[in-house]
Design a binder for this molecule. Sequence first.
Ligand SMILES: NC(=O)c1ccc[n+]([C@@H]2O[C@H](COP(=O)([O-])OP(=O)(O)OC[C@H]3O[C@@H](n4cnc5c(N)ncnc54)[C@H](O)[C@@H]3O)[C@@H](O)[C@H]2O)c1
Length: 369
Amino acid sequence: MNMEESANTDRTGVAVVGCGYWGVNYLRLLRELPSVGSVFAFDQRPERLAEVGKRFPHVTTTESFEEILDSSAVDAAIVCTPATQHYGVATQLLDAGKHLLVEKPITTDSAEAKLLIAQAASKGLTLMVGHTFLFNAGVSAVKAHVDAGNAGKIHYLYAQRTNLGPIRYDVDALWDLAPHDISIFNHLLEGEPAWVSAVGSRVLGSTRPDVGFVTIGYEGDVVAHIHVSWADPFKVRQAVVVGSEQRIVFDDMNAAAPVTIYEKGIAPGTEDIPTYGEYPLLIRDGDIISPKVTPSEPLKNQTSHFLDVVTNGAEPVSDGTVGLKVVEVMEAIDRSIELLGAPVPVGDTQRAGDESGAPIGVPAVESEG
Ligand SMILES: NC(=O)c1ccc[n+]([C@@H]2O[C@H](COP(=O)([O-])OP(=O)(O)OC[C@H]3O[C@@H](n4cnc5c(N)ncnc54)[C@H](O)[C@@H]3O)[C@@H](O)[C@H]2O)c1
């Protein structure tokens, strides 16, 4: 059957471009979404397409990218190629009039992300980025607590995303893993960082960092830290929010209890400060709570939302600009690693500075002497 014959005109025809480790997850779950009609698959490796055809009989495979571009049966596409290929593939699909969900990071260059955003806007097409954690029920539960003010004033956040591999060959461990945590932090704080300071290490003997430590500064003196690694014997997927009233832990490895809230806090007292060293602090103890989080598959939530945006015009949770903000942080991380951890302003946050010329929000680096 050719692609036009397999079209189901009532529902949305979706193509998955890039059907490796991650792309096949989309092929599996697209069949479960009622608004999806025909499903198509393209991968530049014919042997991978042959496997896909055997494993997913509901999918129409093609060895021709042009066929995906030209087919009126394809309304929307999901770009799941390696990150360095996202821009080249995505711009052709937008040019051909397809609505797009591009896996994270949207591109590996902020200028390219801006081009995609402008291209989609000029054609009236959806451009979404696959920041899966914005569709994770655990992260949504954390955000609900933060938004309700239960955590109090947010003091700082930190995340650890470590494991032994899996190693990628087009991007380093920071570009592979940190976009998840940056997207979570930007989402929770509803803002974007002013500066980053990062160091990386090549412990596996590769040419790119496989371990990274990143400090991020947000408005209002909120700092965040991210540790990523492909070389850690422990698989950890954790993000922690420390507020004046609560400490909230999101543990993606704990399916039964992904969120734990510690109702402990520490806050400056209101009495007069007697002397240095006797600064009055109020320490409050409290309950430890694991709120019920109804399990759902984040990737399915994300794909279902994409279909809702395409068919019903819903406002995308993770649009191209959300993706761009993450890429701008990644570019600042690259620059800071080159400068051995010196603070670097993020994207357009570089504004008129103080007398020393330092951008607002970027910690000053003391000169010697
Ligand atoms: N959101 C998440 O949690 C998550 C998890 C894993 C991967 N990802 C993202 O998914 C993307 C793919 O990752 P992966 O692990 O599946 O990689 P992969 O290397 O396993 O698969 C990529 C596939 O794309 C194909 N390909 C490469 N260039 C192509 C092109 N120009 N046109 C068509 N096909 C092409 C390759 O043949 C391969 O089959 C990456 O952007 C990655 O960051 C996201």
